[in-house]
Design a protein around this ligand. Structure first.
Ligand SMILES: CC(C)(COP(=O)(O)OP(=O)(O)OC[C@H]1O[C@@H](n2cnc3c(N)ncnc32)[C@H](O)[C@@H]1OP(=O)(O)O)[C@@H](O)C(=O)NCCC(=O)NCCS
Length: 257
């Protein structure tokens, strides 16, 4: 598989329809630009500029700060080898954004990963959605008042006519202890963020969530899994599990309120 295809899966996998959106999410998509604005979502969730190729960088930064600032929001700006101008990272840093390192990574879905025997992975349906969302919100540190809108957002994704979003939970002794998601794209799967509750880390739950999503993709004839992983958390783990790094990027964050 050629490098360009792998990189495109990493870059474009999280864009487009199908995963979590809110009724108030505004998507701005045009050549060289992909942006989400969601006034009701906290902590930078669904508020980001995922793709930017612009000539007037300073004006775009001013506009973004004003747009998110008007709603008192924190937002993210993803910067990688695709971004123009090439000095956008330095410009964002000068404007007070904080950065963390990311890696774009891929694996063949036929890659075998050993999983622990006491972890059960289930796909999320209406029946276990409330428990899933409780663990999702707790794990990501979201306030309790986000649970009801999160249930609604997940239901929209689950019931979508051309469904591409799938959610997975890990159970130990019957209780959900970890959550994650997967987007099925044309020819590949994109792995979304996973979190394991503190008390259950270090015993292979994340490994089991990766293995289950690879299996899910194999069963649908998809040969590649792609993701963007944080250097400080999951990137070294994914490398250890056999994923290949195909690009390096940064996420810049600022509280625009
Ligand atoms: C990141 C996270 C999901 C890991 O979950 P976990 O269930 O504790 O991970 P596992 O026990 O399955 O470990 C996965 C593998 O990575 C390995 N690993 C752990 N830290 C590592 C490191 N720094 N470098 C390389 N490998 C590492 C583990 O040894 C394990 O492999 P092994 O079982 O062959 O030994 C969990 O810490 C978490 O929820 N963090 C907060 C949310 C987050 O940051 N999510 C990831 C970004 S979206």
């Amino acid at each position: 598989m050629d490098l360009e295809r792998k990189r495109n899966a990493v870059i474009f996998g999280p864009m487009g329809p199908g995963l979590l959106r809110r009724p108030d999410t505004r998507v701005t998509e045009r050549p060289g630009w992909y942006q989400l604005v969601t006034p009701s979502a906290p902590n930078g969730v669904l508020n980001e500029i995922a793709y930017s190729q612009v000539e007037d960088a300073e004006r775009c930064i001013d506009d973004a700060l004003a747009t998110y600032g008007a709603h008192g929001l924190t937002f993210k700006w993803r910067v990688g080898p695709w971004t123009r101008p090439e000095d956008l990272a330095a410009r964002l840093q000068r404007r007070g954004f904080e950065a963390f390192e990311m890696r774009g990574m891929v694996a063949s879905t036929s890659h075998r990963i050993e999983v622990p025997g006491d972890v059960e992975i289930v796909t999320v349906d209406r029946e276990c959605l409330d428990e899933y969302v409780r663990v999702f919100a707790a794990g990501w540190g979201l306030p309790r008042d986000q649970e009801a809108p999160l249930v609604a957002d997940h239901l929209t994704a689950l019931n979508a006519e051309d469904r591409v979003g799938h959610f997975f939970a890990a159970r130990i002794d019957g209780a959900i202890v970890a959550t994650t998601a997967l987007v099925v794209r044309d020819g590949f799967g994109y792995l979304m963020g996973a979190q394991v509750l503190d008390a259950f880390r270090g015993r292979g739950v994340y490994r089991a969530l990766i293995a289950a999503r690879l299996r899910f993709l194999v069963e649908r004839g998809l040969t590649m899994a792609a993701t963007q992983a944080r250097e400080a958390t999951s990137a070294p783990m994914l490398e250890h599990l056999g994923f290949e790094t195909v690009l390096r990027s940064k996420v810049f964050v600022i509280d625009a309120s």
